[in-house]
Write a protein that binds this ligand. Structure first.
Ligand SMILES: [Zn+2]
Length: 136
């Protein structure tokens, strides 16, 4: 009886520890991905407005890094924006901003003033689900 109790307690502890560790990791990935998705939605509206006004060069987009308070402007031609946006797990960050996302984003391209990052793991799953271009 006593033996069963203590064994049960250890199992609960082990489960809680494992669950909690996953939970924190999960929360970080989801928070980063949600933040990126918000910037992406805003940039989609900027892109639509630029296209309406036949602006195709040097459009001021918002940096899509994981820092919620980032207000850095990244200027991209429409064609470059479209090229990045075509992949639901790709985002552009002002140079040096990709470090904020830690293991959830890896730089894949470096350009003057900005870099292209790919979202990884759980963060990639969340941003794919949130992709406005796949909501049809
Ligand atoms: Zn940024």
């Amino acid at each position: 009886m006593r033996h069963n109790d203590s064994r049960g307690g250890r199992d609960v502890f082990t489960r809680a520890l494992g669950g909690n560790r996953y939970g924190v990791e999960h929360a970080t990935a989801v928070r980063i991905a949600r933040n990126d998705a918000i910037f992406r939605d805003a940039n989609e509206r900027i892109r639509d407005r630029a296209a309406d006004h036949d602006v195709t060069e040097s459009i001021p987009f918002l940096c899509e890094c994981a820092e919620p308070s980032c207000t850095t402007i990244v200027r991209l031609p429409l064609a470059e924006y479209e090229r990045i946006r075509a992949n639901p797990t790709w985002f552009f960050n002002a140079t040096g901003h990709s470090a904020v996302a830690g293991p959830w984003a890896t730089p894949v391209e470096s350009h003057p003033g900005y870099e292209v990052v790919v979202k990884r793991g759980l963060a990639a799953e969340v941003v794919k689900e949130a992709d406005p271009r796949s909501r049809t």
